[in-house]
Design a protein around this ligand. Structure first.
Ligand code: 5RP
Length: 213
């Protein structure tokens, strides 16, 4: 199902443009499919070092985001999606760069298997990227909000920070919570993609790829 949605995302690629590329196993399938049409695109911007390396292995040009203008499309997976296409992302720890590339893109195409579609976000622990010296302080603030933060052991992000995975959140107002969490000093960003949700969700089901908008 992950492969099927990754392939379906090729339909959203505009020839001659720079494509934003996400991170994770579904995004990896997308990278492999993108390689089949690498001659038709200008290049890519990657949301992680891992994705940049996979793209380069395929001989696909990877640009620094600062070297290009607005991206036509960003294709990435998710850990959870609501029916409003609000997402939880960051299971792979790349949430900050993912959020930056999503923000810089005209269209965000999310690719996921149907297990990721939920009625209420929050069963998947919400990743929060934190400046290392603020880890304990941010943890206490997250507890005040009703969460149970857990340090992702031994993990350092591409930006040199740590991740707190926050359990026990029932996220009824993702737009508000996203902003609230980003206002905690020491938080770099959090894995809620609600203020800039996906524009299209390609959902893999046993019956084929469903498109939600
Ligand atoms: C990485 C992400 C991924 O998109 C998310 O974890 C989904 O991964 P997968 O495609 O492997 O299920 O946000 O930071």
């Amino acid at each position: 199902m992950k492969k099927a949605v990754a392939k379906a995302a090729l339909d959203y690629i505009e020839p001659g443009t720079v494509v934003g590329v996400g991170t994770g196993s579904t995004a990896n399938h997308f990278i492999d499919f993108l390689a089949t049409m690498k001659g038709k695109i200008e290049g890519t911007v990657a949301s992680s070092v891992a994705s940049a390396e996979r793209l380069k292995k395929h001989g696909i040009q990877v640009y620094d985001l600062n070297a290009v203008g607005e991206l036509s499309v960003y294709v990435d997976g998710a850990d959870e999606s609501s029916h409003h296409l609000h997402l939880i992302k960051g299971g792979g720890g790349a949430l900050t760069r993912e959020k930056i590339v999503a923000a810089a893109s005209k269209t965000f195409v999310c690719i996921a298997d149907e297990s990721k579609l939920v009625d209420v976000l929050g069963k998947f622990p919400l990743p929060v990227e934190v400046i290392p010296m603020a880890r304990s302080y941010v943890g206490r603030e997250l507890v005040k909000l009703g969460g149970r933060p857990e340090l992702r052991d031994g993990f350092v992000t591409d930006n040199g920070n740590v991740i707190l995975d926050v359990h026990n959140l029932q996220i009824l107002n993702p737009v508000e919570l996203e902003q609230k969490l980003n206002n905690i000093v020491g938080v770099v960003t959090n894995g809620l993609f609600a203020r800039r949700p996906a524009d299209v969700l390609l959902l893999g089901t046993p019956a084929g790829v469903k498109t939600l908008k």
